[in-house]
Design a protein around this ligand. Structure first.
Ligand code: CDP
Length: 270
């Protein structure tokens, strides 16, 4: 099961350094003698293109092996929603200085949903999990994610969450910039059409329908911007395993990832 404490923040405010290690890592104070009797915990970094099912894979693995799961994309989405609500997009352009100034006030936390066992994203105490998944936020997130100040703040928070290892994190730069020393790195991709169809189905199921062509355009645009930005561009780490899941079922990719995890933890057992 996911080990996040319920109703307690998992992450500190975006702009402030964290002092919440004890809160996020209740097991962090284990005596050294314990270390030799347990398999070593690793970091699993899952990166890849938009809408290719990274989060599903990452959540499934975390649940199966009892690791913490962190969706780094949700953090970029939450900051984007924050910028939108503060009117920082003017004529489609982001007021970068305005966002940088307000960043220390944006507090992103994850709270475990007791019904599903999965984390929900909160922005300054408000549950924004549904609000951040719509096409509106998807269409504004890439410029926010290119901002060095935003990346620096979120990367710092993500590294803090992974300090005790035992974490599965998915995103764009987890294996390259956030945890270059992750023991297991996977780079996931699928064709743009397959990915757009998956996102379309997901939004339909949630009652947030959008036109397929708009979604496909957004998928392609984000891929382009994510891969071409100056800071932490989307890139396969040299030591990452490539997974094209265009023709795989969720069960097949779940089994594939679990097998890779077992290989890594077997060889790193003490
Ligand atoms: O849901 P989807 O896979 O399409 O995207 P996401 O993981 O929710 O991430 C949303 C956006 O945040 C991406 O398009 C990236 O621009 C940005 N992002 C990033 O720059 N770095 C990360 N580690 C995660 C997301």
């Amino acid at each position: 099961m996911n080990q996040q404490p319920s109703n307690r923040p998992l992450t500190p405010a975006a702009g402030r350094p964290s002092d919440s290690r004890r809160e996020t890592r209740p097991e962090g104070n284990r005596p050294p003698s314990d270390i030799n009797s347990r398999p070593k915990k690793i970091i699993v970094a899952i990166d890849g293109h938009s809408s290719c099912g990274k989060s599903t894979m990452a959540k499934d693995l975390a649940r199966a092996v009892g690791y913490i799961y962190v969706d780094s994309g949700a953090m970029y989405r939450a900051i984007t929603l924050y910028a939108m609500r503060h009117g920082l997009f003017k004529d489609g352009r982001l007021d970068e200085a305005g966002l940088e100034a307000l960043l220390p006030e944006a507090r992103i936390t994850f709270v475990r949903d007791e019904a599903t066992g999965l984390p929900r994203t909160f922005l300054n105490g408000e549950d924004v999990e549904d609000a951040i998944r719509g096409l509106d936020v998807s269409s504004h997130v890439s410029p926010v994610a290119t901002l060095p100040a935003v990346r620096a703040a979120l990367t710092r928070m993500q590294q803090e969450m992974g300090r005790g290892r035992g974490i599965v994190m998915d995103g764009r730069d987890i294996g390259t910039a956030v945890f270059p020393d992750a023991e297991l790195k996977v780079f996931v991709t699928a064709s743009a059409e397959v990915r757009a169809q998956r996102r379309y189905d997901e939004l339909q199921a949630k009652g947030q329908p959008a036109a397929f062509d708009d979604i496909l355009r957004n998928v392609r645009e984000r891929d382009y911007i994510d891969s071409h930005r100056a800071v932490a561009p989307l890139r396969q780490a040299p030591d990452a395993l490539l997974l094209d899941n265009s023709h795989m079922t969720i069960d097949q990719q779940r089994a594939w990832l679990l097998e890779r995890f077992r290989e890594k933890t077997k060889s790193s057992d003490n």
